[in-house]
Design a protein around this ligand. Structure first.
Ligand code: GAF
Length: 348
């Protein structure tokens, strides 16, 4: 049995999910692959780490390794009353780890989808999303929102997903066929700054509490201006970002990729200046991509390193990727990489 679980790129709507705002991601054609069969316990070989690890199902103890993603999914399933058996197999694929393309959520969704198939658990896509998120939040211990898991489960070839993370209502919007998404991994692993993510989340949640609101969708700029400085700065960014997601949705529906690109670049400089999650490396990419004729560019995912994206004409994507990579490697010592990706189907 084989499961293919994509990575994700967020087109726009960054750091909006934990205040129940709007996001617009896509699943992309870089994958985590699990191949294996049913067994009494779990034994997996990781191609990335070149090692085999095992555990028995009555011993779900965190160990600080890649296996925690597998254990976390079992833990979440058991908590919810499911009783899957084990797996023997291997995990690999071409999705880079720690690059800000959601390799951890992709791995968790791969595990839950594998168990769903192997043990006929009858889980819906949304149930798989919520189980993978529970594993990440409560077992692995990362306080993320729903963006990554949702994109990976609900991706659709040729489309972006417009998602209201409050109601979980979503809509697929066609992505232009002649435009490519150039993903640029800065070579700076993004886990390094998980405490900065938690800090942003706490401040944003507290800002909402101070205003007595449940979701950032309901907050006006006037209300933001009454908050103490840091709260106003963070929540103000989120409120503008929610609006930009709606603007990008409208522009995409009209096929106006020039406007989409402009909004993306504007979003980048706003998050860099007011949310403080960009870096010199990400800013360098955004500047270069725009100089070389991209429609627009921005960091994608949590920031603090990781990856950025640019929207580019399909026939120029490779050329731009190579050119930017060359200049980047003269400016920074980290080993960067680029990928030309397209919106793809969710975990299967
Ligand atoms: C990370 C988190 F996992 C997401 O939930 C989201 O908050 C994102 O950062 C920022 O938009 O990928």
């Amino acid at each position: 049995m084989r499961v293919l679980s994509p990575g994700r790129v967020n087109l726009i709507g960054e750091h909006t999910d934990y205040t129940f705002g709007y996001v617009m991601p896509m699943a992309v054609n870089l994958y985590t692959v699990i191949e294996g069969e049913k067994a009494g316990d779990v034994k997996l070989y990781s191609e990335h780490f070149n090692e085999e690890k095992a555990f028995s199902l009555n011993e779900l103890v965190r160990e600080g390794s890649w296996m925690d993603y597998v254990k976390g999914v079992y833990w979440a399933l058991f908590e919810e009353g499911y009783k899957p058996g084990g797996i023997h197999g291997r995990v690999g694929g071409n999705l880079p780890l720690g690059a800000g393309l959601s390799s951890s959520a992709s791995f968790e969704l791969a595990v839950v989808a594998f168990l769903n198939k192997a043990y006929n658990l009858n889980l819906s896509r949304l149930e798989m999303v919520l189980l993978a998120k529970k594993a990440e939040n409560e077992f692995v211990g990362v306080p993320c929102g729903i963006l990554d898991q949702f994109s990976i489960a609900f991706g659709k070839k040729g489309h972006v997903i417009f998602l209201d993370t409050d109601t979980l209502e979503y809509e697929y919007i066609p992505f232009p066929e002649d435009v490519s998404v150039l993903v640029f991994y800065t070579g700076v692993k993004r886990e390094l700054a998980s405490s900065a993510y938690a800090e942003r989340k706490e401040v944003a949640e507290e800002a909402l509490r101070l205003l007595g609101k449940r979701t950032s969708k309901e907050v006006s700029e006037e209300e933001v201006s009454r908050l103490p400085a840091l709260y106003a700065r963070y929540l103000g960014y989120i409120v503008r970002e929610n609006r930009r997601v709606l603007e990008v949705r409208d522009a995409l529906k009209e096929g106006d990729i020039t406007t989409v690109g402009e909004i993306l670049t504007r979003a980048h400089w706003d998050i860099a200046k007011n949310y403080g999650v960009s870096s010199d490396e990400l800013d360098f990419f955004v500047r270069k991509a725009n100089e070389l004729g991209a429609y627009g560019a921005r960091l994608t995912g949590a920031g603090f390193g990781g990856s950025a994206i640019a929207l580019v004409d399909r026939e120029r994507a490779e050329e731009l990727g190579r050119a930017i990579l060359g200049e980047y490697q003269r400016a920074f010592p980290w080993r960067a990489e680029y990928f030309v990706v397209e919106p793809s189907d969710g975990v299967e």
